[in-house]
Design a protein around this ligand. Structure first.
Ligand SMILES: Nc1nc2c(ncn2[C@@H]2O[C@H](COP(=O)(O)OP(=O)(O)OP(=O)(O)O)[C@@H](O)[C@H]2O)c(=O)[nH]1
Ligand SMILES: [Mg+2]
Length: 354
């Protein structure tokens, strides 16, 4: 094979050169953009460089006795150089079939195809040398996914101070149950003075639900009907260490309800807001919920019901689109046991289930 390198201002021009010099049967081995001229990299011009070759197998039918000419020797060594160069280039490119099966590995775990592609693009280049089913590749992906969860942090009660936390989110995701779990953990295990507040006065049963937990745990509970009442309760509990506020489930499509919630929580700017989302929610719906609830500016996110679904890739999809601090995940209906602080490594492993 005869190999030559051509350079021109555009792909069209360079192709005309290749055709002119090597004919229609020329094979394009490599193309790249280069910069030529200029001073210290400034004012340089972008050029297109093409390495092309033509099969000169005619040489193969020449009598063996004919000694290779100098030109042939040069071509051979050029070819050898080119081959090693090409091998290097190819080995750094994700091979089509490999990257697509890694995408499959991710999409099978509910990770959106676009997100999967981005994750793969961020992997160290030598991932292509690993087998799709290998534990090494799994670990590389887990390490990447884990980076999305680094900012995980739960409720931190300041020393000699008080923390007020409100829980908001769509209906039925587990807000009240999560509050009961956290209240029990902080009061019973942590020894903190905890007060419960419910602003969910839409249904009698909602108040009753939290009241039942409060009674069992021997904890004070306040029912508030508006922002003014909430303010009063917060002001009269300054000596407590943790105030947990339950809110009514809101539809992400009801802007009036969301504005009302925003106004309620604006009454005190020390309120830390946790958006509660079920891990069973479809990615597109979850994204919608995050967007709509953003009017209330939640600080952190809690994923509930991770026990109910095998695929929790939605968590990755969501954090990729809307970076937010994770805090807790809940793993079942049992109060107070089924809740844990996010462990980035454990969560990433769970997402990439086999
Ligand atoms: N499997 C499972 N179920 C849960 C979990 N968390 C809560 N639930 C259940 O989900 C249902 C709804 O929980 P609630 O705590 O009432 O949800 P909510 O968000 O307060 O609901 P609304 O106040 O009506 O908006 C209950 O049956 C809970 O037991 C969890 O982590 N896993
Ligand atoms: Mg509730």
């Amino acid at each position: 094979m005869k190999v030559r390198v051509f350079t021109a201002d555009s792909m069209q021009e360079v192709m005309a050169q290749v055709k002119g010099a090597l004919g229609r049967d020329a094979i394009i081995l490599h193309t790249r953009k280069i910069r030529q001229g200029g001073i210290l990299g400034f004012f340089s011009k972008e050029k297109v460089e093409v390495t092309a070759g033509i099969d000169t197998s005619v040489a193969a039918i020449l009598p063996e006795t004919v000694a290779p000419s100098l030109e042939d020797t040069v071509v051979h060594s050029e070819l050898a150089n080119m081959r090693s160069l090409l091998e290097k280039v190819v080995s750094r490119m994700p091979k089509g079939s490999e990257s697509s099966s890694v995408i499959e590995l991710l999409t099978n775990n509910d990770i959106d195809a676009n997100v999967a592609e981005k994750i793969i693009n961020e992997l160290p280049l030598d991932y292509v040398n690993l087998e799709v089913g290998s534990s090494e590749l799994r670990q590389l992906i887990i390490d990447k996914i884990r980076t999305y969860f680094q900012s995980a942090e739960g409720i931190r009660i300041p020393e000699n101070g008080r923390k007020v936390v409100a829980f908001l989110g769509p209906t039925g995701v587990g807000k009240t149950t999560t509050i009961a779990k956290l209240a029990a953990n902080f009061a019973i295990q942590g020894g903190y003075q905890v007060v419960l507040v419910t602003a969910d006065t839409y249904r009698i049963s909602a108040v009753e639900q939290l009241k039942t937990y409060a009674d069992i745990m021997g904890m004070p509970i306040h029912v508030v009907y508006d922002a003014h009442e909430l303010k009063k309760v917060l002001d009269s509990n300054l000596d407590k260490q943790l105030v947990l506020i339950d809110t009514a489930g809101r539809s992400p499509h009801n802007n009036d309800q969301l504005d009302e919630l925003k106004d309620l929580l604006q009454v005190d700017d020390t309120i830390e807001k946790y958006l509660v989302l079920s891990a069973t929610t479809k990615y597109k719906d979850a994204l919608d919920i995050v967007k709509k609830f953003s009017v209330c500016s939640p600080h952190k996110i809690i994923f509930t019901k991770i026990d109910e679904t095998r695929n929790i890739g939605t968590i990755v999809n969501l954090l990729y689109q809307a970076p937010m601090s994770l805090s807790y995940v809940t793993t079942g209906q049992n109060v107070p046991d089924d809740i844990e602080l996010v462990n980035p490594n454990k969560l990433a492993q769970l997402i990439l289930r086999e």
